[in-house]
Write a protein that binds this ligand. Structure first.
Ligand code: PLP
Length: 466
């Protein structure tokens, strides 16, 4: 279970010819004045402290498993040929890609032909929205049969309508915001319940219009860990689709945070599209989109045009080494998911217990506990209550813990509380103190003990005002 030390501890090594300070500036993205951040530590002190740090931000990203690194390395060395070439190095690359496609498909219980490799989750999510809008216009004749609401509005053709939840990742939220701003789609953002932090299927169904072309709701939230009722939603949409004369409402789920932590089965869920993000399950920075029968049962309209790779759905010479890594990481999930899940759950429960023991039940509030909602096994979103204990302040006073206050892409939000937590019903003063602690496959009880002690000292320091 334990990761090699270098996977867990965040050591930074300068590239040949670079000073450590240069590397620090690049890696952490701030000016190298030597006294910039990190609780007043100088860069050099910070560099030394890195050695002892404990990573608990596995929802932000994961290190690659050693077997994954090996698969990537072998592909770099041996499968460098163009997969479209018919001689040996090309055929070798093609065979690795085929094998990876099988493994990724198996991981989500789909068929190999349903997997389209692409750069990552952001691209996969964007492709779904791009497709849904295009598909709407192609099938507009049918939509117009739906009567006045489905046809023209103020003399203009009615826009495609998209439904999302109000706790989606920015790669969803900002994509639909952009479509709406450009007048290319109407968008309904369905709020999650402020009690369960979960989308209510009834609310989504009530938002459907004759022009609705797509519903996109994530499978698991990246901050609260709450699992959304996608299976039930798909069942309801399937029944509703039978009553619709026009093109069916398509359903997409972003499974970035669920894969490798809970079972993900596209057939059981009944989705049309599902987003797969490698770097959340110990694979490299690459992703894939599952589509139920791409181009036949379910539409896919490419965003790029080129050399015909990925059956023209996502052309561009395949990134064989990263695809090899994604396939290997998928194999590991197929073989070990129950073991991963048990370890993640037990470690997270131990973390929660230790936090309560050390701080007292009244001083901690879990923003990942909602009545009636299931959550990811590894996610502990916790606020240590009290004035001056904002998440960012607590983290910057920690000497060991590496964690975040919310989604990594919001790290520039200053002290503003997370919109995901606020939308999930967490009071603003509690949300302001939130820490997102997400444990990984290699996190031990010893790590948890050290992290909780570190948090205790950081809080004591802040409470003393020093
Ligand atoms: C829920 C969710 N969706 C999408 C993404 C984006 O994936 P990528 O970083 O591969 O673009 C992330 C990653 O942070 C995520 O957590």
């Amino acid at each position: 279970m334990r990761q090699p030390k270098s996977d867990i501890r965040c050591t930074l090594h300068p590239a040949p010819g670079k000073r450590e300070a240069d590397v620090m500036g690049e890696e952490v993205g701030f000016s190298c004045d030597g006294h910039h951040a990190f609780g007043g530590h100088s860069l050099w002190q910070y560099y030394e402290l890195q050695e002892e740090r404990i990573y608990m931000d596995y929802n932000a990203t994961t290190p690659m498993e050693p077997e994954v690194i090996q698969a990537v390395t072998e592909a770099l060395q041996e499968a460098w040929g163009n997969p479209s070439s018919s001689y040996l190095p090309g055929r070798k690359a093609r065979s690795i890609i085929n094998q990876s496609r099988e493994s990724v498909a198996q991981m989500v219980a789909g068929r190999a032909e349903d997997i389209i490799f692409m750069s990552g989750g952001t691209e996969a999510n964007n492709l779904v929205f791009h497709t849904a809008v295009k598909h709407y216009w192609e099938g507009r004749g049918a939509a117009e049969m739906n009567g006045p609401e489905g046809s023209h509005h103020n003399g203009k053709p009615a826009l495609p309508h998209i439904i999302i939840s109000n706790v989606e990742h920015d790669s969803i939220r900002l994509t639909v915001e952009n479509l709406s701003r450009e007048g290319r789609a109407d968008v309904t953002v369905v709020p999650v319940s402020k009690v369960t932090a979960c989308v209510e299927v009834e609310d989504v169904m009530a938002a459907i219009r004759p022009t609705t072309c797509l519903i996109s709701v994530m499978l698991a939230n990246n901050e609260t860990g709450v699992l959304m009722p996608i299976r039930e939603l798909c069942q309801r949409v399937r029944s509703a689709n039978k009553q619709r004369p026009g093109p069916r409402v398509l359903v997409h789920t972003d499974a970035a945070q669920a894969i490798g932590k809970v079972r993900v089965d596209v057939q059981d869920l009944g989705v049309d599209y599902l987003t797969i993000v490698g770097h959340k399950f110990y694979a490299p920075r690459i992703g894939a989109l599952y589509v139920n029968g791409p181009g036949t049962t379910t539409p896919v309209f490419p965003m790029f045009f080129g050399g015909g790779q990925e059956r023209n759905f996502r052309p561009g010479t395949e990134n064989t080494p990263m695809i090899a890594g994604l396939g290997k990481a998928a194999e590991l999930v197929c073989s070990n998911l129950p073991e991963y899940q048990t370890h993640l759950r037990e470690t997270r429960l131990y973390l929660e217990q230790r936090l309560q023991d050390v701080f007292g039940r009244d001083k901690v509030r879990f923003n990942s506990h909602f009545p009636g909602s299931d959550t990811l096994p590894n996610t502990c979103n916790v606020s240590i209550l009290g004035p001056g204990l904002q998440g960012r302040k607590v983290l910057s006073n920690c000497k060991k813990l590496l964690a975040s206050v919310g989604a990594a892409c919001h790290s520039d939000r200053g002290d503003r509380p997370s919109r995901i937590l606020l939308n999930s019903g967490v009071p603003a003063e509690v949300a302001a103190n939130a820490l997102r602690l997400s444990v990984g496959r290699g996190t031990t009880r010893g790590d948890v003990d050290q992290v909780v002690q570190d948090l205790k000292e950081a809080v004591q320091q802040l409470e003393r005002g020093s």
